[in-house]
Each structure stands twice: as C-alpha cells, then as structure tokens.
Design a protein around this ligand. Structure first.
Ligand code: 7TS
Length: 413
C-alpha cells in the first residue's frame, strides 16, 4: 500500500487508540477528523485527569490548609512547571494561566499596551492574523490614537521580511505575529522578525496557537517577549491557555483584572498586588482543566516534538500532492514552510457546500473565513475549505478525503 511506506517511526494505531472520540462512525462512515486547527481531540489520559480531579480531590487552590487543597494546588502548579519546560522559559513565574490565546493577547494589549503605547506609536501585525491578534490591537490603537501597520501577504501566503523591515521604525512599540497561520499553515520567519523588532526597541508577541502542538517552541532561543497559546489545540482541554512573558516585563506591567489571589493586601484606601504570576490570575481559575493540561503536555513529550513534526510533514506533503492533482481544486497558501494545514477552494462550488458533502462521508473539515477575514479579502475569497492535521491522522484518511473530493469535483460541469 502506497500510504504505509510513508509512515514515520510513530505507531499511529497505538496513538489513535488513546483517543476514544476517533473510534466512531459519523453519517455511517468512520470519522475522519481534519478540524484540528480549530481544536484537537483529547487523549484518554487528559479525560481521566479531569475525572480524577473531580472525583478524588476537587478543591480550591492556594487558599486552603487542608489536604485536598494542597493536592489540587500542587497539581495546578505542576502544570505551570511542565509548561515552563515545554517552551523552555527560564522561570515558572513567567507562565500565566489564561482562558486561551485570545485572552492572553487581550491581557498584553490591556496591560503592557495601555502602559506603553502613546499617541502616534505604531503596532505591527501581519496580513494573515487571526481576529484574536487583530482586534485587541485595533482597540488599543483606537484608545491611544496609535497606528496599526500590517505586513502584506504574498500570493503564496508568505510575508516578505523586506516588507516587514520597511514598516519598522523607532515608532514601532509592539510587533504581534502568528508563529503559524491557522488559515494557510504558513510558518512565519519569527526568529528574524524578533531580531529586527528588537533592534528598534519593540517588544514581540508570538501568537503560537497553531505552533505549540506542532513545532519546537523555545522562548529563550527565540527571545520573544510574549507568547500566547491555547490548551485545546494541543490535545488539552478547552477554556485554558497560557501567556509567557519575560519576567521583567510581567513585573513592570499593571494587573489585568482585580479580584482574589492577585493581591497582597487590600484596604479600602489602597491595594498592593501579588507577585507574578499570581498578579495576573484573579479569581478561581479553571483548576481541573489546567491540571489536565499537564497530561496533554505529557502526551506530546512522550511522542517527541521532532517525531510529531516529521510525521505531520509527511501527511502535509502527501495531501498536498494528492489535492494538487485533482482538477478544479485550488490550494490557497503554498508557503515554503507550513504546518499541517491545507486550505483550498473548488472552482464553481461554495466552500460550505463542499464541507457539507464531506461531512456526509464522515469527514470533518472547516469551511469559511477561519476568523481571518482580512486574509480572505486579500485572496478575494469568501472563505476556503480547510483540512488540518494532528498526529493521529493517517494517510488512509487523506485518501478517503481525496476520493470524496474526486467524486464531488467530477460532477461539476
Ligand atoms: N490565534 C490563532 C493563530 C488561532 O488559530 C486561534 C484559533 C486563535 C488565535 C484563538 O484561539 P482561542 O483558543 O483563544 O480561540 N483558531 C481557530 C481556528 O482556526 N478555527 O477555530 C479556532
């Protein structure tokens, strides 16, 4: 079988067996789940960690002296340490738990941004950003009368570093870019972006929602100032994410929200704030999901990022070649460096209709603008059909999708 030869060293059957949701039929066909950029599925160890927390040691954290509170606090803080190692941050205090990428970016805009952006200052993003990495900066620019600049995107879906460098000046205060694009898969040249931005004194935030489960992410070697990501795109639970920030920046930033845990002392006259990371974690957090995130990190670490990358690259290459060969299918986003995201359109068909037809065969893809409306406008499209891969996907599943697309396109006159 053509597909089997391409398997990397990972045992994909054994990996799939860890994901109960994959073992089902949808509309009478085995489920083919290709909507991983929206959210990945969860291995049993993540699901069991949630069950275990609620059935054995549910308790609020940091506040109690009793045994369950201590166990919950230890498990919660253990995830912080795992995340620290996962992205190679220097200190665990540099990891702030949030609801996800969106909240992490909003946190930086509302705190660092409000504190450091003044009238006439400039913030740079790229033309391929998710709305979560556009709107918070627009809101900040509106409030501060600052200027949002956008690096253009080429026909292949890439940015040109010369275009980026041309936008940089001593007015640039923040650069916020996707590590990898959710809509096209493009991996941005983030190392070069960070180096150039630092030369003009700007700080750089990496929206790593689509990177952390697929690429090596080392905040110290990248030297990024902030990094945002979501657990649910890395085999972890929904409702949880994190923000990495350099210690000195986090210490200088004002708090994001007021409430419990983020204070040292409160009187009606004055409140003093807690140290990082707690200064940014007001209120009872999503304890269960944060604890379960540790299992998602363990899942990725056990497979090895490098192995995952190699395997997903093979899937991407295989699927790209197969889709390119189908008459009337046009790939959108053909960057040299990509994560496992394939966006495409079919001439003469609305993406939504294609999505429905694929669903009728048990194939889950996303259709539409993927929360990247300006990028779709750049390609003069309403939307695309997007298949996005995770480590449990197979070459056979790609064959299934390709066969369905061949059938669908053969009916177009
Ligand atoms: N940034 C990128 C690059 C994303 O892909 C997403 C979510 C976000 C930010 C927001 O993450 P959240 O967890 O706060 O929602 N992307 C997608 C997607 O492509 N389809 O659904 C969600």
């Amino acid at each position: 079988m053509e597909a089997a030869i391409k398997q990397s060293s990972l045992d994909i059957d054994a990996i799939r067996a860890q994901f109960p949701v994959l073992d089902q039929e949808v509309n009478g066909y085995p489920l083919t789940y290709f909507d991983n950029a929206a959210t990945s599925q969860k291995p049993i160890r993540v699901i069991e960690a949630l069950n275990q927390y609620y059935s054995a040691y549910n308790s609020n954290i940091h506040r109690g002296v009793h045994s369950l509170a201590e166990k919950a606090t230890n498990a919660y803080e253990a995830t912080r340490v795992s995340l620290q190692k996962f992205i190679n941050s220097g200190q665990k205090e540099e990891i702030i738990f949030t609801k996800g990428t969106s909240e992490s970016i909003n946190l930086v805009a509302a705190t660092y941004g409000r504190q450091n952006i003044a009238k006439g200052d400039e913030i740079i993003i790229t033309g391929l950003e998710h709305h979560s990495n556009i709107v918070p900066w627009q809101m900040l620019c509106e409030e501060k009368e600052a200027v949002l600049k956008v690096v253009p995107i080429s026909d292949k879906g890439e940015i040109d570093l010369e275009d980026f460098n041309a936008l940089l000046s001593d007015k640039t205060k923040i650069v916020s870019v996707a590590f990898a694009s959710n809509a096209l898969g493009t991996i941005n040249p983030v190392k070069e972006i960070i180096e150039a931005a630092h030369k003009v004194g700007a700080v750089v935030l990496l929206d790593s929602a689509q990177a952390v489960a697929h690429l090596e992410v080392d905040v110290q070697s990248l030297d990024c100032d902030f990094l945002a990501a979501s657990a649910h795109k890395m085999y972890g639970p929904t409702g949880v994410g994190f923000l990495y920030g350099k210690q000195h920046l986090l210490e200088e930033m004002p708090p994001y929200q007021g409430g419990g845990e983020m204070i040292k002392e409160v009187t009606f006259e004055k409140t003093t704030y807690n140290d990082i990371p707690f200064k940014f974690e007001a209120g009872t957090p999503n304890i269960a999901d944060i604890i379960a995130l540790n299992e998602a990190i363990g899942f990725i670490n056990d497979l090895g990022k490098e192995n995952i990358r190699i395997y997903e690259d093979e899937l991407l290459k295989y699927a790209t070649e197969k889709l390119e060969a189908i008459d009337k299918v046009k790939l959108i986003g053909t960057a040299k460096h990509k994560v496992g995201v394939l966006s495409f359109i079919i001439e003469g068909m609305h993406p939504f209709d294609v999505g429905m037809m694929l669903d009728a065969r048990g194939i889950a893809v996303r259709t539409g603008h993927h929360c990247t409306m300006p990028l779709m406008q750049r390609f003069e499209l309403e939307g695309t059909i997007r298949a996005s891969f995770a480590v449990y996907n197979t070459f056979e599943e790609i064959d299934t999708m390709v066969a369905s697309l061949q059938k669908i396109t053969s009916r177009i006159k």
